[in-house]
Each structure stands twice: as C-alpha cells, then as structure tokens.
Design a protein around this ligand. Structure first.
Ligand SMILES: [Ca+2]
Ligand SMILES: [Ca+2]
Length: 255
C-alpha cells in the first residue's frame, strides 16, 4: 500500500513537471514579471542574436523558451505579436554595437529588463548620480575568461564613463573592467559600446605612466577603486589573473 502511495505521489509530481515544461502558464508569467522586461523604445539600444528564431504563442512564452534554452545569457528577446516570431537576444547594448537586434525591425519588438535582477548574485548599487547592476567575482580569471564568464551571465565586464561610477565598486581591490585596446593598440574602448575612453577620463582613470603596453602586449585593464585613484593599469589579457566585475545593462526608464 505504501509503495502504491509512493508511486502515485511520484506520478503526481511528474505530471506537474511535465505540465511546467509543456506550457507556459502561471509559472511563465511569474518568471516574466520577475525579470520585468519592457519594450525598448527608440534607437540607441540593441542586442545580439543568441540563435535562430522560433515561434511562440505569447510574449511570455517567448521569454520562457529563451530562458530555457539560454539561461542567463538570454537578457533580451524580440517578439512579433502578429507572426509569433521569437528571437533570443544577448544583453542590452547601447550605441553602435548590438545592431543585430534593433528595437524596430520586421522581427518584432525588442524587450529588455528594466530593473536589475538580483536573484543570481547581481546587486543594484547607486550613488547620487549613477547606478549599476553588477556582480563582483570572488575569484580570479584572466581577462578573456572573465569576458566569457560574464557573457554566460548575460553581462559584460563593468564599464564606466565617470569616476563616480568607478567608486560604486569595492575599494582597495584590483579589478578587471571592460576596457581594452586589443583591437587597435593605444585606443582603449569600452566593451559595451565600443567607444573610446575620453581623454579627460583617461587622465583620471590611469595611474602615472600607465597605460604603458609593457612588453608590447598589455591590452586589458584593471582599476583599484578607492583612495589611490587614479589607479588604472593595462596588463596582459591572457597571462595575468584578477578579480573582475560583470555588469548587466538595464533600461533606466520603463515604458
Ligand atoms: Ca596595449
Ligand atoms: Ca601597464
């Protein structure tokens, strides 16, 4: 008798599991609203395609499928409510990058998170004028591995257009950030948009004598936030390992 009860309990749970996997329903709506995706309006934002599109019966179903296939990598998606076309997208990108998925496209509307999802180790940090949705690593990696690690979390390495934003980071820890001159020696560009650091910020960011491209192959960058600014240094992307900061871009205003 106990065995029978056990079997029937197991069947019950299997039925529930099958139900969750086969349709979107309430579970999906909950995931969708937890991520608070909103439609991206206007130009200036986009993202990159994670894979080929499929069809989904609703916007929330589209997100759920994207999340099921790509986990945290899925940070945006396009959905066309007329055709049901659902296209999985990487993290939100500003500026000239991320043009594969643009807000206005026959593939549908682009949806992106409006708030920082803190359910998986990210935190939303703010000061008077700036904010960031970040995850500071507790371990070290070389810069290339750090980029890949962040990508798998639907994020890029931390970027900053001001020292105030740098100051959001933990102090007195040497951290790899998303600034590199790997593409064009001497031109340091931010990972999220591909635009170069301004001369003014570069002066505040790098310590005296840096970046010096020592040995001819220092293309990645650390900064040590805190009282010793400027503290930036270029270093060897593959050889040296430091803690690093992943950042998920979020839309600051919901629409
Ligand atoms: Ca260099
Ligand atoms: Ca250096």
């Amino acid at each position: 008798m106990e065995e029978l009860i056990m079997i029937s309990k197991m069947s019950f749970f299997l039925l529930i599991l099958a139900g969750l996997l086969s349709s979107c329903g309430h579970h999906c709506e909950a995931s969708f609203s937890r991520k608070t995706f909103v439609k991206v309006d206007g130009s200036g934002y986009g993202s990159d395609r994670l894979g080929s599109p499929w069809t989904s019966k609703s916007r929330s179903d589209c997100f759920f499928s994207c999340w099921t296939h790509y986990s945290s990598k899925c940070q945006t998606f396009m959905y066309n409510s007329d055709t049901g076309l659902c296209t999985p997208g990487s993290f939100l990108k500003a500026g000239t990058l991320g043009t594969q998925l643009a807000p206005t496209s026959p593939e549908g509307d682009l949806f992106a998170p409006s708030t920082c999802d803190t359910s998986d180790g990210f935190e939303y940090i703010t000061s008077a004028n700036v904010s960031a949705c970040i995850n500071v690593s507790s371990f070290i990696l070389n810069a290339n591995d750090a980029v890949a690690y962040c990508f798998n979390l639907g994020a890029h390495l931390f970027v900053s257009r001001s020292m105030e934003k740098v100051d959001l980071l933990p102090h007195d820890v040497k951290l790899t950030v998303g600034l590199s001159d790997e593409v064009s020696e001497g031109t340091f560009v931010w990972q999220d948009t591909g635009d170069a650091i301004t001369d003014d910020l570069k002066t505040l960011f790098f310590r005296a004598g840096e970046p010096n491209n020592q040995g001819g192959n220092e293309n990645c960058v650390t900064i040590t936030p805190g009282t010793n600014n400027p503290s930036g240094n270029d270093y060897r992307c593959l050889r040296d390992k430091y803690k690093f900061v992943c950042e998920r871009p979020v839309l600051q205003s919901a629409s």
